[in-house]
Unconditional design. Structure first.
Length: 120
């Protein structure tokens, strides 16, 4: 089932956001690669360090992808607001980062979870 995740990115509606955080770097890379190619993505974030971002960038280009898409990737997530490495702080700052990104977009270009899964 995990190997199907990268192909699911294409099924998301325009304006969807992607927050990539699995326990597998190869899977993270595959999902993030698909997501940053979506020019209509509201947000693409990858959990990890600056080192992981560098590794991802090298891998992405070695796969033959256009490096111009790399500018859409936020990695590390939540780091733009603080250098704090505590998981609970990173989690809170990531939520703030995603919400800030979504709120900057016109309402019709952002997909909320209720739009995808129906009313809760």
């Amino acid at each position: 089932m995990a190997t199907e995740l990268p192909s699911q990115v294409a099924l998301a509606p325009p304006g969807a956001g992607y927050l990539v955080m699995t326990h597998n770097h190869d899977l993270d890379f595959a999902i993030a690669a698909e997501a940053i190619q979506r020019t209509d993505a509201a947000y693409v974030g990858l959990i990890g360090s600056h080192t992981k971002r560098q590794r991802f960038s090298r891998w992405y280009q070695a796969q033959g992808y256009d490096p111009v898409h790399l500018r859409r990737l936020i990695c590390p997530i939540g780091a733009g607001l603080s250098g704090d490495k505590r998981p609970e702080v990173i989690a809170a700052l990531t939520v703030a980062e995603v919400l800030t990104t979504l709120l900057r977009r016109p309402p019709q270009t952002t997909v909320m979870m209720g739009d995808i899964y129906g009313a809760i």
